[in-house]
Ligand binder design. Structure first.
Ligand SMILES: [Mn+2]
Length: 275
């Protein structure tokens, strides 16, 4: 039995299946962790979701910002973006069952010393608190209040963690940190404008995983979302969005021995976008 974690697929089903072939993935024996953003921008988002549902027993897929965006578009709260490629899902005969499955995915997944989240963790959160906070949002998404959350999900405030936060502000902050964050200001406030590589960041911005005193530093945080960062394998943080969309690679890391597997992607998108 092996456990593989794969970075953001974003509907690139062809590359995903090629990578599974490469690692000789056996759904009866192996486990597959997906860092979120299953859909959007690639050629077959509905195919990716159907594959995950069909292999549910072997797959842990967490929610990313593109997945949450799809749910909000499907509810009619926001229009699709110009570059979205989710029409195949919205028009699918099985759309309701697929979207219902997606809505019930976890925000964060922890096992042993590993913790997987789409974007990152705020420095005040250790693994235990991150799992609890992710659970708060998961309960809402799986319950009757999910439409109210999706309707008010968009926005950058509040930017800093405060245990006293409640209601929609608390949920939006959890969602933003776990699915959108890259950089933090010195006061711990989230920055959402800069999406490029750390080396090109304006002065004063620090990648979330390098924040001094980060309480999750003894946990190996597995994440995606940051294609401009690319592959980063450290004891305390592993970044796996290697820009499949932008003509890069789709990457799998085998957790038992840190062996890396990659396949090239044949993207149809223009280079130079970081999302
Ligand atoms: Mn993302």
């Amino acid at each position: 039995m092996s456990t593989y974690v794969i970075g953001d697929v974003q509907g690139c089903l062809h590359a995903f299946l090629e990578l599974l072939d490469r690692i000789r993935f056996d759904p009866d024996r192996d486990h597959l962790w997906l860092t979120g953003d299953l859909v959007n921008r690639g050629e077959d988002s509905i195919g990716m979701l159907r594959w995950c549902m069909a292999h549910d027993h072997a797959v842990v897929a967490i929610l990313g910002n593109h997945d949450l965006h799809l749910l909000a578009v499907a509810e009619g709260f926001v229009p699709p973006h110009r570059k979205d490629t989710i029409a195949d899902i919205l028009g699918a005969p099985d759309r309701d069952v697929v979207l219902d499955w997606l809505r019930r995915r976890p925000m964060v997944h922890g096992e042993g010393d590993w913790l997987m989240v789409h974007a990152g963790l705020l420095p005040e959160w250790d693994a235990e608190q991150a799992l609890a906070l992710g659970g708060e949002l998961e309960d809402v998404l799986r319950g009757t209040g999910y439409r109210a959350f999706l309707r008010d999900m968009y926005g950058n405030e509040p930017r800093r963690w405060d245990e006293a936060l409640s209601g929609q502000d608390r949920l939006r902050l959890i969602a933003n940190a776990m699915t959108r964050m890259r950089f933090l200001h010195p006061d711990g406030g989230m920055e959402f404008l800069h999406k490029g590589p750390p080396a090109e960041a304006p002065a004063g911005l620090t990648p979330w995983y390098n924040m001094p005193g980060r309480r999750s530093r003894n946990t190996r945080v597995l994440f995606g979302h940051w294609s401009a960062l690319g592959l980063m394998v450290r004891p305390d943080a592993v970044a796996l969005d290697t820009g499949c969309l932008w003509g890069g690679q789709l990457s799998a890391l085998r957790l038992e021995d840190d062996r890396l597997f990659q396949v090239p992607c044949h993207a149809r998108r223009l280079p130079g976008h970081h999302e």
